[in-house]
Design a protein around this ligand. Structure first.
Ligand code: AMP
Length: 216
């Protein structure tokens, strides 16, 4: 299956994409994770992307389209994938259509998660991520040990540098201005599935399964 998981920052795309990835046995392709890895390793891409990410701005389309083209053409994506964080602009969506055409593959569904801004801000300011296994926790919901170690693997938890109130505000603005319009783009194609992203993680997963015809 070839899926896009869509929505504003903090809506739960990464969490649901990880679950879907395991269930459907297809890779979770997160452009944000790829860029953070590049920044950490100080690659050419990382050096280029860092200043945009720090401000909550979008990394230029040509850079992102190049990355996605390479990943989607690779062997590991040949049986399907879940895109998380791409596309984020009309130009990226159009480029993605072209890539699909070139690879002779078809996009099955775009799953849009919906949560209001107040809840998003609360989630993002309380989000902590494990440096080692990438698991995501919420300080308001999850029990985090006092030593700040990951409850799953013991790795160190950290707060993403763009999860601070100023940058969060800008990321939401950028989403409204450049990304949200893609909902129309995919609705017109008849493959958009809108899901309420508030509630228990497992309940939201169930709703996703139902919308795309996957048995739980
Ligand atoms: P995310 O982890 O998806 O919230 O992405 C973190 C940051 O990476 C974003 O705020 C952007 O600066 C950058 N980024 C990730 N994906 C894209 C994309 N498709 N286009 C442009 N910038 C992106």
């Amino acid at each position: 299956m070839r899926l896009i998981i869509f929505g504003p920052p903090g809506v739960g795309k990464g969490t649901q994409a990880q679950i879907l990835s395991q269930k459907l046995n297809i890779p979770h392709i997160s452009t944000g994770d790829m860029l953070r890895e590049a920044v950490k390793n100080q690659t050419e891409l990382g050096l280029k992307a860092k200043s945009f990410m720090d401000k909550g701005e979008l990394v230029p389309d040509d850079v992102m389209i190049g990355i996605i083209k390479e990943v989607l053409s690779s062997e590991r994506c040949k049986n399907g994938f879940i895109l998380d964080g791409f596309p984020r602009t009309i130009a990226q969506a159009e480029a993605l259509d072209k890539i699909f055409e070139e690879l002779n593959i078809k996009l099955d569904y775009v799953i849009s998660l919906e949560v209001d801004d107040d809840e998003i801000i609360k989630r993002l300011t309380n989000r902590r991520v494990c440096k080692n296994c990438g698991a995501v926790f919420n300080l308001l919901i999850d029990k985090i040990p006092e030593d700040n170690k990951c409850p799953r693997c013991g790795g160190e938890l950290y707060q993403r540098s763009d999860d601070n109130p100023e940058v969060i505000k800008n990321r939401l603005k950028v989403y409204r201005e450049s990304t949200q319009i893609l909902l129309e783009y995919y609705a017109k194609k008849g493959i958009l599935k809108s899901i309420n992203g508030v509630g228990e993680i497992s309940d939201i997963t169930e709703k996703i399964y139902k919308s795309i015809g996957v048995r739980s």
